[in-house]
Design a protein around this ligand. Structure first.
Ligand code: ATP
Length: 454
């Protein structure tokens, strides 16, 4: 395959105007709180700005977003392996990566209302968006976004450590370790999912921008002449991933960075953006980082981070294509994209039309009564389904209300055990989106669901 060619640019679909309620964001945030997706952190103490806790339903969904990413990026490929690197890291790593010097945002203060802003996020750099005062900003100061701490009991400069602001550096500093142990050769990738920390000046929009968040990053190491091929490949593949997991294509776009937006080392960057209720926002950046990172770490550490290709008898420093996504931010996009309300028999039904791989629970098992013999039958069915799928179990309230609750948390299938089940050993399976119901013999239930939850 000739990998020195570049793919033609992707055509953007027509942007359609959508019938999105003006308060969609409030409704989603409200649902998150009401149903146990996301809670403000330390809420009983008044909350802690911009930090959130993922509740019983949210933790399942966030895990599913990360698992779906891992499945596509690692499990279904032969050219990617994973790692889990430490969050605490020494200054040397960030010195070499350039973060100590360059990972800054321009910060301005309004002298009138004392609010702080990122200068590059202001609509009008002369007007305070909080109090409306003109020409009230201080000179911009560069503010480093990394959280600094001390490792060990002594707060000396020798003990300084940083919480990683991205997972990527863990892959670069482990490049030689992975190369020597995994039997992979370029083009190959190292994937990682985990927490990152940035002391954001203006966190906000719910979990869109927080100081503690989760990332899903791949560093894909390629021979230098294959850089543009793989950059185009990953731009397409990553956009497709969101579509394959249920986000409409016309709510997504791939936005190439203008030349003045590019980092100094980047030979090209494109963002996958989602149409949030307030406008387009980044979900993921795909960057052609050239040989910058490995060269920097080789120079600063003295380690040899080149690769000797025995087939061509050449030694080179691999170029890196990096698709870097946010797990928590993507989860929010999946929630917004899936949120729907419809009229059903004169009542509003709220339903999360989530892709089954992202949905917190795949199946809810609902006995019509909490009495025998339905309890035993329900246990039997749960024992059959639970080893394969995350199942909810709910035995209280009228069945209609239980269905609505499952709709609201996006459960694709409800399995109802009723008194006929005792006689015919069959259950009613209700599908979330169509609300269609089908009678399925217990003996065929696993196969029936497996065919639909692939
Ligand atoms: P932004 O321009 O929104 O600050 P970025 O370009 O600095 O993002 P990257 O460094 O490319 O972001 O990080 C990759 C991904 O990590 C982003 O696309 C986003 O999904 C996620 N991410 C970055 N910062 C945050 C944050 N503060 N809160 C939540 N997710 C974040």
């Amino acid at each position: 395959m000739d990998r020195s060619v570049t793919c033609p640019p992707m055509a953007e679909p027509e942007q359609t105007t959508r019938d999105v309620p003006a308060d969609l964001m409030d409704r989603v945030v409200n649902l998150c709180k009401r149903r146990g997706f996301v809670f403000p952190s330390a809420e009983i103490y008044g909350g802690f700005r911009s930090t959130y806790d993922y509740g019983p339903i949210g933790v399942l969904m966030l895990r599913n977003v990360k698992d779906a990413w891992w499945r596509t990026m690692v499990q279904l490929r032969t050219d990617v392996v994973g790692i889990d690197a430490s969050i605490l890291s020494p200054p040397a790593v960030w010195e070499a990566s350039g973060h100590l010097k360059n990972f800054t945002d321009p910060l301005v203060d309004c002298t009138a209302c004392k609010q702080r802003f990122r200068e590059d996020h202001l609509d009008d750099p002369n007007v305070c968006p909080n109090c409306g005062k003109r020409d009230s900003f201080t000179e911009a100061r560069n503010f480093n976004l990394m959280f600094k701490t001390h490792a060990g009991p002594v707060e000396s400069s020798a003990a300084v450590a940083y919480l990683r602001p991205e997972t990527a550096q863990g892959m670069f500093v482990n490049f030689a370790n992975v190369l020597n142990t995994s039997r992979k050769r370029p083009p190959f990738g190292i994937a990682q999912v985990g927490k990152s920390f940035r002391n954001e000046i203006t966190p906000g929009n719910f979990v869109f921008r927080t100081r503690e968040f989760e990332q899903m990053e791949l560093e894909f190491f390629v021979p230098p002449d294959q850089g543009s091929y793989w950059y185009d490949y990953w731009c397409r593949a990553r956009l497709d991933w969101y579509v394959d997991h249920g986000i409409d294509r016309d709510r997504l776009r791939l936005r190439p960075h203008d030349a003045d937006e590019l980092s100094h080392y980047s030979a090209g960057t494109s963002d996958v953006e989602f149409l949030f209720p307030w406008g387009w926002g980044e979900l993921e950046g795909i960057a052609n980082r050239t040989d910058y990172d490995l060269t920097q770490h080789a120079q600063h550490s003295g380690a040899d981070l080149s690769y000797f290709d025995q087939e061509t008898n050449t030694r080179y420093v691999p170029h890196v294509i990096e698709p870097a996504a946010g797990a928590t931010r993507s989860m929010m996009a999946f929630l917004i994209a899936a949120y729907d309300e419809e009229e059903v028999r004169g009542e509003t039904r709220t339903v999360l039309r989530l892709h089954h791989r992202i949905a917190p629970y795949k199946i809810a098992v609902l006995p019509l009564s909490k009495k025998q013999p339905l309890t035993d039958l329900t246990r039997e069915i749960l024992a059959e389904l639970q080893p394969t799928w995350m199942c909810d179990y709910d035995e209280t309230q009228a069945i209609g209300r239980r269905y609505r609750r499952q709709d609201e948390i996006g459960t694709p299938f409800c399995v109802t055990v009723d008194f006929d089940t005792v006689e015919d050993r069959a259950v009613t399976v209700r599908e979330r989106d169509s609300m269609a119901q089908e009678r399925v013999p217990i003996a065929e239930l696993t196969g029936y669901l497996a065919a639909r939850l692939r």
